[in-house]
Structures are given as structure tokens and as C-alpha cells.
Design a protein around this ligand. Structure first.
Ligand SMILES: [Zn+2]
Length: 132
């Protein structure tokens, strides 16, 4: 499976990701090739905290180390995932990974938000882990 970055800056941030997010992504990199997908594109990792807050967002993309990543998935037939596929992938990820705050937030957020179809992934500063 090919892993790409929309923004070159995100490649640098990818290397510095929060360790728990790296674990989630490593799991995803193992899972996706077995599900008729050929490409994973990181469309956004780091965004400046002040800009995020000014736009009414949570700021999780502006943390240091980065605790969030937005992804787009491309199938082996060349088509990008549709909403229901992001929804299903999000359900799967959240069944495997526990965000860590008693259910208030989740690791994967698939509901339409921001720019275009994508899946938002995030981890908590402490406590995100694989479910037993
Ligand atoms: Zn996001």
C-alpha cells in the first residue's frame, strides 16, 4: 500500500507524531491493504493551534507532538472511499482503539466535517490504547 502526503510539511510532522497515534496508524497500515485499498493519503496533520481555535475547532491538530491526522483512502479500483466506507472504517477503529476519556471522544471521527470527505483520527495526551 502506498502512503502519501498532500502537504510536504506533514511528512515532517508525521515523524514527530504522538506515540499513541503512531500505534493507531501502524495498525491501520496493516489493516488497510487487506481491505481492497491501495493508497492512504495524509491530507492534514499539523495546523496552527491559534488558527484552529479562531475557526472554532478543538485545536487537536495544533498540539505538540501532533495528536491528530486526517486521511483519505483510495481503493484498488482508483476510487476514493465514500462516506459509508469512512463510517464503517471509523466504527472498526473505535472498536479496536479506546480514546481514553470514558467515551466522551473517540479515536476516529467520520461524520462529515471540514473540507471534503475524510476520516479524522486523534489520540488523547494520555490513555489512548488498544482495547483488551
Ligand atoms: Zn482532523
Amino acid at each position: 500500500m502506498e502512503i502519501l502526503f498532500s502537504n510536504h510539511r506533514d511528512l515532517d510532522h508525521y515523524e514527530k507524531l504522538h506515540p499513541a497515534l503512531k500505534e493507531v496508524l501502524a495498525w491501520l497500515h496493516e489493516y488497510l491493504p487487506r481491505s481492497k485499498t491501495s493508497r492512504l493519503i495524509y491530507t492534514s496533520i499539523f495546523r496552527h493551534y491559534k488558527d484552529e481555535i479562531a475557526q472554532g475547532r478543538s485545536g487537536v491538530h495544533g498540539c505538540d507532538p501532533p495528536r491528530a491526522a486526517d486521511i483519505v483512502v483510495i481503493c484498488t479500483d482508483g476510487k476514493p472511499y465514500e462516506q459509508d466506507e469512512y463510517t464503517n472504517l471509523g466504527i472498526l477503529i473505535n472498536s479496536v482503539w479506546y480514546y481514553g476519556d470514558g467515551g466522551k471522544h473517540q479515536v476516529a471521527f467520520a461524520a462529515p466535517h471540514g473540507t471534503g470527505l475524510h476520516l479524522h483520527l486523534q489520540v488523547r495526551e494520555k490513555g489512548t490504547q488498544k482495547r483488551a
